[in-house]
Design a protein around this ligand. Structure first.
Ligand code: SAM
Length: 191
């Protein structure tokens, strides 16, 4: 069966994230992706989850508590500040990352991800990603401001050097109402 973008993002993470990895949820929101990542890395791994909204941090904290998960750090800050939050042993050692772009479902629709922070966050993650690992983005763009982010993001990822990165776009081309699409960036192994 062909998977929706969100389901496919989870599939890719399941294939690429390993026990013991340090991984990043760049947009924690209601904590669904943070929970998935925490389960994938296990207790020997760690999740860093970012969100600029206090409500999202609280929702994610509750979600993790329900599942008795302690190996995650919730960071109430923009993902563009990633570098500031990486401890020395995490540098160049990120095992994967996910972004869910757009607004927090069930909350203020005017607080959206913006290319001015999304793009620097991706650049910092690419710098710190281990070879063979993935950054996955689920791009919701049907809201006001979403188109601008989509265009700038596509422009940026298309420029990534194919010798260093493989970039996948996965989308349904016959669906109405701007369905989300997926981008996956793999840091290629040096030959
Ligand atoms: N992954 C989430 C989940 O599983 O529920 C949904 C994420 S929601 C679509 C997008 C989230 O990105 C919102 O909670 C919003 O507050 C957050 N956000 C927006 N700009 C951000 C930024 N610069 N840094 C971190 N989070 C941001």
């Amino acid at each position: 069966m062909v998977k929706q973008a969100l389901q496919f993002s989870h599939e890719l993470l399941k294939q690429s994230v390993e026990k013991g990895d340090i991984v990043v949820d760049a947009t924690a929101g209601n904590g669904n992706d943070t929970l998935l990542l925490a389960n994938l890395v296990g207790e020997t791994g760690h999740v860093l989850a970012f969100d600029i909204q206090e409500q999202a941090i609280q929702n994610t904290r509750h979600r993790l508590q329900e599942h008795h998960i302690e190996h995650a750090t919730l960071i109430h800050d923009s993902h563009s500040q990633l570098d500031r939050h990486l401890k020395t042993h995490m540098h160049k050692n990120i095992g994967g990352a996910i972004f869910n772009l757009g607004y927090l479902p069930g909350s203020d629709k005017s607080v959206i991800t913006m290319p001015e922070s999304t793009i620097p966050a991706i650049q910092q993650l690419l710098e710190n990603l281990r070879e063979g690992k993935l950054i996955v983005l689920v791009v919701y763009y049907g809201h006001q401001g979403g188109d601008k982010e989509k265009e700038e993001l596509l422009e940026m990822v298309k420029q990534l050097d194919q010798k260093e990165f493989s970039v996948l776009e996965y989308s349904f081309i016959n669906q109405k109402n701007n369905p989300p699409f997926l981008l996956a960036i793999e840091k290629r192994k040096a030959r």
